[in-house]
Design a binder for this molecule. Structure first.
Ligand code: PRP
Length: 183
């Protein structure tokens, strides 16, 4: 058992569970895309970099990775959710088979925005993959490859952060409420 940081309430998803699920998702992707020449994985920075690194290394098909970064406003109030692109892909995706890789879908605004931006660039196909989705009211955005559903609490670890801390924990944990309401 890990000695949990005092800001953490409990481990929600263990390292072993994450690793097993990532291998399953990679196996599904490897199967579904076995007939394409190359799969393009697009990670959404910063949060997705750890998930994407593990996922890509378990693929048994040819793949490339690229990254985008967005900044969002009014995250907690869905009606004001607004997303802005702050870093774009290095290469065009026209005619390519693309999967957007997210660490978490919360309100759904980020994934919804990126899906529509990338769809407009005429990829051969476009799907979505997220490690976790919060069980909460959110935009109706399709997640083709989903790792886990989690309760609507603040989570950190495995790429997810609170003010850029706890990102590199190997598990996903619930942040104590007093750890973020005191700031
Ligand atoms: C997080 C996460 C997703 C987004 C999901 O990013 O990595 O990209 O929020 O939230 P949504 O479904 O409500 O749009 P964050 O803005 O915290 O930036 P970071 O990944 O750089 O930490």
């Amino acid at each position: 058992m890990h000695n949990l940081h005092p800001d953490l309430e409990r481990v929600l998803i263990s390292e072993a569970s994450i690793q097993a699920r990532v291998r399953e998702l990679a196996a599904r992707l490897s199967h579904d895309y076995q007939d394409v020449d190359r799969l393009y994985l697009i990670g959404v920075l910063k949060g997705a970099f750890i998930f994407l690194a593990d996922l890509a290394r378990h693929l048994t098909i040819a793949n490339s990775v690229d990254f985008m970064a967005v900044s969002s406003y009014g995250k907690r109030a869905m009606t004001f959710g607004e997303v802005r692109l702050v870093m774009d892909l290095r290469e065009p995706i026209v005619g390519r088979h693309v999967v957007i890789v997210e660490d978490i879908v919360d309100t759904g605004h980020t994934l919804n925005y990126l899906y529509h931006v990338l769809k407009g660039r005429k990829p051969a196909s476009l799907r979505t993959c997220a490690l976790v989705r919060k069980q909460r009211e959110s935009l109706d955005v399709t997640i083709d490859y989903l790792g886990f559903e989690i309760p609507d609490v603040w989570v950190v670890g495995y790429g997810l952060d609170y003010a850029d801390t706890h990102r590199t924990l190997p598990f996903i944990a619930e942040l104590k409420r007093e750890a973020y309401v005191r700031d």
